[in-house]
Design a protein around this ligand. Structure first.
Ligand SMILES: NC(=O)c1ccc[n+]([C@@H]2O[C@H](COP(=O)([O-])OP(=O)(O)OC[C@H]3O[C@@H](n4cnc5c(N)ncnc54)[C@H](OP(=O)(O)O)[C@@H]3O)[C@@H](O)[C@H]2O)c1
Length: 256
């Protein structure tokens, strides 16, 4: 029996932000393994190129394009390159984010507030407006926003970060509703605690880790590769009727 492979991404052009390491790198690798041409992006071109080299060595197709998503001109420049070179976009994985401040919410410095909002909200938003417009030119596409469980339950002493992740969940639904007629789907992926540089303070401090895992039914942190399958699903035709969804990949954390 032959069934169509709805996870096949052959011929698709995908951008993955924050793809030089961690969750983004794993998503980039899996999308490429399923046939997409992946634009690996983060602030550091050389780190992106290292991920590209690995994908190409494994027989995949990818290229590196640096972009600081907190800088509006860099977002415009990234899209000018993508449109000029490929003329289309099928998949956008908004994954790059920042969390520069751990501390009491009332001590949040305006500069930290601004940086977190500029990257995590404005960056996701304008990557999506540019992306959705380009996708619409070829009949549509899929946006996957990597948010966080902290967008539902604020992380302790991670106030402004959590607020931006809640905004990403709201943004996901707004794009889903307004872009459906253009064939653009938009969904959110909510990772739980995952073993990356981003979470290294939490994961590598035994007392904090023990406390965190007490609230996770599966009693372990995720590996970044465990986020990639969910992103592939939402990006692919396997999710062709799914838009505005919020997919928890959290070991059960939000179900307690
Ligand atoms: N790890 C967790 O426990 C966890 C839990 C929930 C949600 N998340 C979310 O998962 C996503 C990925 O996090 P991660 O854990 O994989 O982190 P990570 O390993 O630290 O990777 C972050 C990536 O983002 C890039 N980046 C950072 N700031 C950027 C900017 N302004 N512009 C463009 N790229 C930027 C980094 O590369 P450069 O430094 O080269 O720019 C890197 O590629 C984030 O949205 C995060 O909020 C993570």
């Amino acid at each position: 029996m032959t069934t169509p492979d709805t996870f096949d991404l052959t011929g698709k052009i995908a951008i993955v932000t924050g793809a030089s390491r961690g969750i983004g790198a794993e998503i980039a690798r899996l999308l490429a393994a399923h046939g997409a041409h992946v634009i690996v992006s983060s602030r550091k071109q050389a780190d992106c190129q290292a991920v590209v080299d690995g994908i190409v060595a494994d027989g995949g197709s990818a290229e590196a394009m640096a972009c600081h998503i907190g800088e509006m001109e860099q977002i415009a420049s990234l899209y000018a390159q993508v449109e000029g070179k490929h003329g289309r976009l099928d998949i956008l994985i908004n994954n790059a984010a920042t969390n520069p401040y751990f501390g009491h919410i009332t001590d949040t410095e305006p500069s930290v507030f601004q940086k977190t909002v500029d990257v995590n909200i404005r960056g996701y938003f304008y990557m999506s407006t540019h992306g959705a417009r380009l996708m619409a030119k070829n009949g549509g596409g899929s946006i996957v926003n990597v948010a966080s469980v902290n967008g539902v339950v604020p992380g302790f002493q991670q106030g402004i970060y959590s607020i931006t992740k809640a905004a990403v969940i709201s943004m996901t639904k707004a794009f889903a509703v307004e872009c459906a007629e253009q064939g653009v789907r938009c969904n959110a992926l909510l990772p739980g605690l995952t073993d990356t540089k981003f979470a290294s303070v939490l994961v590598n401090t035994p007392a904090i880790l023990k406390q965190a895992l007490a609230h996770v039914p599966m009693r372990r942190v995720a590996q970044p590769s465990e986020m990639a399958g969910a992103a592939l699903y939402l990006a692919s035709d396997a999710a062709s009727y799914t838009t505005g969804a919020v997919l928890n990949v959290d070991g059960g954390y939000l179900s307690v």
